[in-house]
Write a protein that binds this ligand. Structure first.
Ligand SMILES: *Cc1c(COP(=O)(O)O)cnc(C)c1O
Length: 242
């Protein structure tokens, strides 16, 4: 059985290609519902737990950006796929592991402490590189979630100004899981409001990106202004074949 985007292959059941087409269609429709240009929403395919072969399949469908949340797993995949992929690191990053990401990732979505910022700054100075980062904000206030609380964001962004090796490109949040995505709309709206507020307040900042929305809630996130959605299971979950 073939599941592939390459022309000539017969598609026998819903696989990565069909899942991707459906997700992209939903992103486009959600953007259009609110008058946004769908090309302004980047899809990051979350490939945690997904084998390199299946990442290659998604690559052949035109997806370039993949997100990982564990350093060791990232390293293994990076060895196989290297620069074929634009890598995003989306999980909590322990400071002692940050060195393994130097020069290898396009965007860190999960800057969640000043201590991590210090470590990244040191690594940047040492390697002569810099990091593009998003600040993870714990909008919902769930104690199990990492991220800066909205009330501390002003101070946090001000402190980040000292770190020349960090380029702050926007904000990221993870909404609480809910079977009804409408219930998390306020979380996404709040992140956008924070972005707008700090863009006004701190003209030296360029908070272009809002990384928000996962398989369960990405359409609502796009309606609320997401510029990056992080989608795993809706793309890589097992196909339904007869
Ligand atoms: C796993 C994960 C995702 C993707 O979740 P799905 O529900 O599989 O789409 C997105 N963001 C983060 C931070 C994740 O850990």
């Amino acid at each position: 059985m073939q599941r592939s985007c390459q022309k000539g292959d017969e598609i026998l059941c819903a696989g990565i290609a069909e899942n991707l087409a459906l997700v992209q269609e939903k992103i486009a429709r959600a953007a259009e519902r609110v008058g946004r240009d769908p090309s302004q929403v980047k899809l990051v395919a979350v490939s945690k737990g997904v084998a390199p072969e299946r990442i290659k399949e998604a690559l052949s469908c035109g997806v370039k950006d993949f997100g990982e949340n564990r350093v060791q797993e990232f390293q293994q995949k990076h060895q196989v796929l290297g620069d074929l992929v634009e890598w995003h690191f989306i999980g909590h990053l322990q400071r002692n592991k940050a060195k393994y990401l130097v020069g290898k990732i396009k965007l860190l979505h999960s800057l969640d402490s000043l201590k991590l910022a210090q470590t990244l700054e040191k690594l940047a100075t040492r390697s002569g590189t810099s990091w593009k980062v998003l600040v993870q904000v714990n909008v919902s206030g769930e104690p199990t979630k990492h991220g800066i609380s909205p009330s501390e964001l002003d101070y946090f962004l001000e402190e980040l100004r000292k770190f020349k090796g960090l380029e702050v490109c926007g904000l990221m949040t993870i909404a609480p899981y809910s079977p009804d995505p409408e219930t998390v709309r306020p979380v996404f709206r709040k992140l956008r409001q924070l972005r707008d507020e700090f863009t006004k307040k701190k003209p030296w900042l360029d908070l272009m990106h809002l990384s928000m929305g996962m398989s369960a809630d990405f359409e609502v996130a796009v309606e609320e202004g997401a510029t990056i959605v992080r989608i795993g299971s809706a793309i890589f979950s097992e196909p339904l074949c007869n």
